[in-house]
Design a protein around this ligand. Structure first.
Ligand code: GLN
Length: 482
């Protein structure tokens, strides 16, 4: 087997037995990138020299007898994660040539753990979107069908993992951006609980829901990456340690998995999606899970609430890009006002501008109470619905998307794109961990289901996810590359 096709767990075993070297593994990934990136456009930057020197270093450590989950494992990072010495663009003209003076905590942690950074992946500008069509650098392509989007905003990461350009990739998920592209590209995507992974060095989108997590070829691999990147970081006051999990760790799936079936979602399932989800449910039942009908009465407000709170936070987080401190600047303007107008007018794409304007509006005097404050109140109700349900069940099952990957240009109306987040925005607003795993195809395309856990319940979702994959082959399917 080509080395770049290995899972992390497989490569780990072979590296530890000295059957392969990190340098060979890294070379195989770089070769795959070279072969397919011009078509798939998954990576924006490839840092081959740095990767080879990190791989050499990892081989030295391996030779000394050291090991660790990710020692010598090559990966790609979404281009909204700061990397010292390598460009970080956030998919925006605003940061087209930006090189950060420090790396994100997750990138530092991975470096210390001996993982090998291959480069940076494409995304919707500032992570706003569900298709990568909002990237200033043009969209990434879905390796399963080149006429279709890979999902977003971590679409470059998903396309790269699905086409074996790396062993795993990092993404960020604010309202679905790890789970939906994982679903569209037939891979596994883990959104950890809010705060469980440090956000330091992630270019902020919606600070109250942003989470960094892995896109991988299996749930076991997701667990391996999560074990390295999670934990308290003094540079992010919302981060916390891994010490507690919501329940005792139990090794038998039938003892942990009372799974909730959301009544309110039923009407939102297309016949094909419903069929895939019912088959998934059957499989989980055959593994020992029991299903209980549950009600989340306020879940119907998740998308509207998300699209008030998100623009509000975006408008504040993007205020720093004024051309004066860093980023793109328009130097020929003759006065300060024109300077701002031209810099921000040219530096941001249409979706970022739409969100800035919407956010400024919902925060403005006179509208603050009616929109922003009201949205925060409804958010509390959504959270309390989840709290109630988790006294009855361990996990919740939903689809990861409303359907399989759509075609480029199919969703030109922003509202059509926003509604994509129907099953994803709720867990984000509540800060809950969730994972997307590939299941039955829908219209002959990959499709994923989502398991949502209670706060800090990663152990539980990973347990059930691993058991599902030990007993099914969906995650082993690969696209035949263009
Ligand atoms: N589709 C969502 C949005 O556009 C998801 C974004 C994200 O998770 N970064 O806001």
């Amino acid at each position: 087997m080509q080395l770049n096709k290995l899972t992390i767990a497989q490569a780990r075993e072979q590296l530890d037995k000295k059957e392969i070297s990190s340098q060979h593994l890294t070379q195989a990934c770089l070769k795959q990138i070279e072969k397919h990136n011009s078509q798939l456009k998954a990576c924006l930057t490839v840092s081959s020299d740095l990767a080879m020197s990190q791989a050499k270093e990892a081989d030295k450590r391996l030779k000394m007898g050291e090991t660790g989950p990710l020692l010598g494992i090559p990966y790609l990072a979404k281009d909204n994660l700061l990397t010292k010495d390598i460009k970080t663009t956030a998919g925006s003209k605003m940061l087209e040539n930006y090189i950060a003076p420090y790396s994100a905590t997750v990138v530092d942690k991975l470096e210390k753990a001996g993982a090998v950074l291959l480069g940076k992946t494409n995304l919707d500008e500032f992570a706003h979107g569900s298709s990568t069509e909002n990237s200033y650098f043009g969209p990434s392509i879905n390796p399963w069908d080149t006429n279709r989007v890979p999902g977003g905003s971590s679409g470059g990461s998903a396309s790269a993992v699905a086409s074996d350009m790396c062993l795993f990739a990092l993404g960020s998920d604010t309202g679905g951006s790890i789970r939906q592209p994982a679903s569209f590209c037939g891979i596994t995507g883990l959104k950890p609980s809010y705060g469980r992974v440090s956000r330091f060095g992630l270019i902020a989108m919606t600070s109250s829901t942003d989470v960094i997590g892995p896109l991988t070829k299996s749930a076991l691999d997701a667990e391996m990456v999560f074990s390295v990147i999670s934990g308290k970081d003094e540079k992010d006051s919302t981060s916390y340690d891994n010490l507690h999990s919501s329940r005792e760790f139990v090794s038998d799936i039938s003892k942990v998995s009372k799974i909730g079936w959301v009544k309110e979602h039923e009407k939102d399932l297309s016949p094909e999606v419903k069929e895939a989800l019912l088959k998934t449910r059957k499989k989980l039942e055959s593994l020992g899970a029991t299903f209980i009908d549950i009600s989340l009465p306020n879940i119907k407000y998740a998308v509207p609430v998300y699209y008030i709170i998100t623009p509000a936070e975006v408008s504040s987080n993007l205020a720093r890009f004024d051309g004066l401190r860093f980023g793109f600047s328009k130097s020929e303007a003759s006065n300060l006002k024109d300077y701002y107008l031209q810099t921000r007018g040219e530096g941001f794409g249409p979706e970022a501008k739409r969100r800035i304007m919407l956010g400024t509006y919902v925060l403005s005097a006179g509208y603050f109470d009616a929109y922003y404050l009201q949205a925060q109140r409804v958010r509390e109700n959504i959270i309390s619905d989840f709290d109630k349900v988790f006294s009855e069940v361990d996990l919740i099952l939903t689809p990861s998307a409303t359907g399989p990957a759509f075609r480029f240009g199919e969703k030109t109306n922003p509202l059509d794109m926003y509604i994509e987040d129907k099953f994803l925005a709720g867990p984000s607003l509540a800060g809950l961990p969730s994972i997307s795993l590939p299941t039955e195809t829908v219209k002959d395309l990959p499709f994923g289901f989502q398991l949502v856990g209670s706060k800090s319940g990663e152990d539980m979702i990973l347990k059930v996810a691993k058991s599902f994959q030990e007993n099914t082959n969906y995650h082993l399917e690969k696209p035949s590359l263009p």
